[in-house]
Design a protein around this ligand. Structure first.
Ligand code: UDP
Length: 196
């Protein structure tokens, strides 16, 4: 039940100019949760959580495009969470990849600017059972919760996870990554169908 609006602007000139890089384009990401997107109203000002998630999303999206093809420019990605139900950072990454490719396709015919799809999903463990793409209820009761970001070719960009009270085993970690990898393959197929 996540609803997230993604706006991608660019590649475009950077203001102020001194922030531009003559060797490469830069990606700027702002993830913001609307006060009405969650059960208990959230303060509108950017929280530390939103600043951290913005950074995670930026790092996740960088492997998707050849920013070096757009020196001195910026690509701005705005994410507005309208309705949150767990896994908004992973849904943001998967949705932003589609919007990013669309924006680059519209401003450059050069398809070499696009490297490969990236997508993300959450996985977890609850009562010994594996869960894929956790909703808020699952997220808030799972013993383990991992956010996994991968490229289309199966490269791992990021794994974020904790299991404070019930440490998980290496075998469980392998099984969770396998499950995430299958989920991400489905998301990449869906991203491709959206773009075609
Ligand atoms: N959440 C909330 N209020 C907040 C932040 C989060 O109700 O201020 C809920 C929301 O449903 C979110 C979930 O908690 O999707 C999990 O939040 P988390 O920080 O783990 O990030 P996410 O899983 O959305 O990437």
């Amino acid at each position: 039940d996540n609803k997230i609006l993604v706006g991608v602007y660019g590649p475009r000139d950077v203001h102020p100019k001194h922030m531009s890089n003559p060797d490469t384009g830069i990606l700027r990401v702002r993830y913001h949760m609307e006060p009405f997107s969650v059960g208990e109203r959230k303060k509108p000002a950017p929280s530390r959580r939103e600043i951290e998630i913005s950074k995670v999303i930026k790092e996740a999206l960088e492997p998707a495009v050849m920013l070096e093809n757009f020196p001195r420019t910026a690509v701005d990605v705005f994410l507005e969470v309208l309705q949150a139900d767990g896994g908004t950072r992973t849904a943001s990454i998967s949705g932003a990849c589609v919007a990013l490719f669309e924006a680059i396709k519209n401003s450059h015919d050069d398809q070499r600017a696009i490297k490969e799809h990236v997508a993300a999903v959450s996985v977890g463990l609850k009562d010994g059972h594996s869960l894929l793409d956790l909703d808020y209820d699952e997220d808030s009761t799972a013993e383990t919760d991992l956010n996994v970001v991968m490229t289309e070719s199966g490269g791992i960009i990021e794994i974020q996870g904790t299991a404070e009270k019930n440490p998980f085993t290496k075998n469980e970690l392998d099984a969770m990554i396998e499950s995430a990898s299958n989920g991400i393959a489905d998301i990449v197929s869906f991203q491709k169908s959206c773009l075609s």
